[in-house]
Design a binder for this molecule. Structure first.
Ligand code: ADP
Length: 178
């Protein structure tokens, strides 16, 4: 018989390669910066796809602290909501980066539950411009999510969206190693 953990991995977690802005899910997560006013990488792509109304809404939010998350509508995106979370900048690993990254996943998933979101997609937070090592970040992403799903059954699907082939393989490896 499969353990509960294996069942969650099998039924509720998906790793896909692609562009998060195209996904038809209840919410996509944005790897934002503390200003919440847009930036490069996935943040820029999400703002471009959602349209200017997203920026207008974000202007009223007074930014967001590292490790925390805020929710907005998705506007022109296929997703109904965007959960903006601010990952840590990698500064060598001794500046609380793992705890802050873990907090991004926890606070995003908590907001998802509070907003009755059933399907949610995450990019590989902090692993682009913020330089977090991909393997370490993927381990935190998968383990924190698994832990959360073991205690909250309302979320039906969590998709980890990998923009490049290497990130995709790293996530696969992390899942296999669990
Ligand atoms: P951060 O500043 O948190 O490092 P980035 O946006 O620079 O955020 O990168 C986070 C991850 O998102 C990287 O793996 C990057 O390749 C990926 N990414 C960039 N654009 C997209 C997109 N449209 N969909 C999904 N992932 C994306």
């Amino acid at each position: 018989m499969r353990s509960e953990m294996e069942s969650i991995i099998y039924n509720k977690i998906e790793i896909v390669r692609g562009d998060i802005t195209k996904l038809n899910v209840d919410a996509i997560v944005n790897a934002a910066n503390t200003s919440l006013l847009g930036g490069g990488g996935v943040d820029g792509a999400i703002h471009r796809a959602a349209g200017h109304e997203l920026l207008d809404y974000c202007r009223k939010l007074n930014g967001c602290r590292t490790g925390e998350s805020k929710i907005t509508p998705g506007y022109k995106l296929p997703a109904n909501f965007v959960i903006h979370t601010v990952g840590p900048v990698w500064r060598g690993g001794a500046q609380n980066e793992p705890m802050l990254l873990q907090s991004c996943y926890k606070t995003s998933l908590t907001l998802a539950v509070e907003n009755k979101i059933k399907t949610i997609a995450f990019p590989a937070i902090s692993t682009g411009i913020y330089s977090y090592p991909v393997y370490d970040a993927a381990k935190i992403a998968v383990r924190t999510t698994l832990d959360f799903l073991q205690n909250n059954s309302s979320i039906e699907k969590v998709i980890f969206v990998c923009f490049d082939e290497r990130t995709f393989h790293v996530y696969k490896e992390v899942i296999e190693e669990l």
